[in-house]
Design a protein around this ligand. Structure first.
Ligand code: NAD
Length: 498
């Protein structure tokens, strides 16, 4: 059995805790590897390595740090396909989707290549008599990222690239369900020229996370995962004096206005609702047609599309989506569908009984479609994170704006309409962090920032884009004058620039 350890001090090391997690092949249901779950002292060892390596890296000029980013991009290009295969073999998403996962991560590395420019401070010459005022951005020191299973390349890179480019040492605690790509990313950064110890990976569970949260040497923690854990990490990390940003779960609505192009709307719902088996934080899980006529027209086209979704192993290039990540995830999603039926929602397409021929033990599930879902139902309130789409019929536009705005999650939302005025009004009023206009998965590009509102995001700075540079640096502001300016003796009044 393949054993996955940790990556500390520039090399792969075996785990010594004696505790392991199972890494499945979701296509077959078999355990394909054992991942070590770090104990307290192993995480401390990684932190010590990071702390020792960080000052030299911070003192490396930003152009040279950028060159490591450029080199990393080049190295990944050479093994793009094998990385994508490795990713999909643990996650279960299809090969093309795995490539997209890597691509969206690389785009943040591309952004980080601009670090010499991004880290420039401000300067005001002669802000006062013979006095200059300027600001510097300096790295924080050792920072950590804790990431979810569903984007094993993208999210570790969203954390690592800006953190490293800013001159920090970085400790990654990836998901124990898909650890191999994060491990390879750390090796590739080393190959790209990153000094040993600047990027460490500790695999693990709560014990590793709690060590990160409690260790005084870690200055900042970036987390992505479910909201309950996000809140725990945010409150614990903040209580320990760290800078923390946590991104949580989601319930993304797509509003379909009566004037929308129904074919486009259906295509959008099929892709954004069922792609990656719905295991995306920006998946659309609620469709909101406005008016009964719109709902009927939408469902007429949607039902056959959900019924004919092509589910296959992650290796099948024709598959729309592959298996869920684990049996536990599959059971949880099916449980939600059972609850939806019990609570009175109308299950129009039932994918619970789907079996993948030749892969009977894989974690596959057919697409499910609910109609007449109401806001008081569990399947509306909670994140299902599976191939299940709920239709909530809104009587008018006002109700359609209210639904996502009043939901406890506020990650993404989309509106499909041909009316610019409606779209503009929606964009300005909806209480959600990322909005798509005729765009179902509005994940901003790397030079903008990504972050949800309400229980989808804890903390005040978003991921990637300019916010990431602010998050991973601290500002030092300097007021400076040279001896000619200090001839007037002691001053007992607060300095003003007169
Ligand atoms: P998860 O919360 O189970 O795990 C995320 C990380 O937290 C993992 O590294 C895990 O090991 C760790 N963890 C789990 N339980 C813990 C505990 N009790 N104490 C400390 N650490 C713990 O999430 P997941 O299932 O891996 O990922 C899916 C979730 O992530 C979904 O809710 C999805 O919406 C969310 N997500 C959000 C975004 C976003 O940007 N908002 C992006 C991707 C995924």
């Amino acid at each position: 059995m393949r054993e996955i350890g940790h990556f500390i001090g520039g090399k792969s090391v075996k785990g010594v805790s004696g505790r392991f997690g199972d890494v499945f092949d979701p296509n077959t249901g078999e355990v394909q590897a054992k991942v070590a779950l770090a104990k307290h002292s192993e995480v401390e060892h990684a932190i010590a390595n990071a702390e020792a390596a960080q000052p030299v890296w911070a003192a490396t000029n930003p152009q040279r740090r950028a060159r490591v980013m450029f080199k990393f991009l080049e190295l990944v290009q050479k093994e793009y396909d094998s990385l994508a295969r490795l990713l999909s073999s643990e996650h279960g998403k299809t090969f093309p989707d795995a490539k997209g996962d890597i691509q969206r991560g690389l785009e943040v590395v591309e952004f980080a290549c601009g670090i010499p420019n991004l880290m420039k401070g401000e300067f005001s010459g002669s802000a006062g008599p013979n006095t200059d005022l300027y600001s510097l951005r300096q790295p924080l020191g050792v920072v950590a990222g804790i990431t979810p299973f569903n984007f094993p390349a993208m999210i570790p890179l969203w954390k690592a690239a800006p953190a490293l480019a800013c001159g920090n040492a970085f400790i990654l605690k990836p998901s124990e369900r898909a650890p191999s790509v994060p491990m390879r990313i750390a090796e590739l950064f080393l190959e790209a020229g990153l000094p040993e110890g600047v990027f460490n990976v500790v695999n693990g569970d709560k014990e590793a996370v709690d060590t990160i949260l409690n260790d005084k040497r870690i200055m900042a923690v970036g987390f992505v995962g479910s909201s309950a854990i996000a809140e725990y990490i945010y409150t614990t990390g903040c209580a320990n004096g760290k800078r923390v940003q946590c991104f949580g779960g989601a319930k993304n609505h797509m509003i379909v206005m009566p004037d929308a192009d129904m074919d486009q709307a259906v295509d959008a719902l099929i892709g954004a609702g069922y792609g990656s088996a719905g295991e995306r934080c920006m998946a659309i899980s609620v469709a909101v047609p406005v008016g009964e006529k719109t709902a009927d027209a939408l469902l007429k086209k949607l039902i056959p599309r959900v019924e004919s979704l092509k589910i296959g192993p992650s290796t099948d290039p024709q598959a729309d989506y592959g298996p869920l990540v684990t049996k536990q995830a599959l059971d949880r999603v099916k449980g939600y569908v059972d609850t939806g039926v019990k609570e009175g929602a109308k299950l129009l397409v039932d994918g619970r009984g789907f079996k993948m021929q030749g892969y009977e033990n894989g974690f596959f599930m057919g697409g499910c479609l609910f109609d007449h879902v109401t806001p008081d139902m569990t399947i509306y309130k909670e994140e299902i994170f599976g191939p299940v789409l709920s239709v909530v019929r809104a009587k008018d536009y006002e109700e359609a704006v209210r639904l996502p705005s009043e939901h406890e999650y506020g990650n993404g939302v989309a509106i499909y309409t041909r009316d610019g005025d409606t779209a503009r009004d929606f964009v300005s009023r909806v209480e959600v962090g990322m909005v798509g206009v005729n765009f179902a998965i509005p994940v901003p590009l790397s030079y903008y920032t990504f972050g949800g509102w309400k229980r989808s995001g804890f903390g005040d700075l978003n991921q990637h884009g300019p916010d990431s540079i602010r998050f991973y640096t601290k500002t030092k502001t300097v007021t400076s004058r040279w001896p000619t300016g200090t001839k007037e003796g002691a001053e007992f009044v607060i300095p003003t620039m007169k």
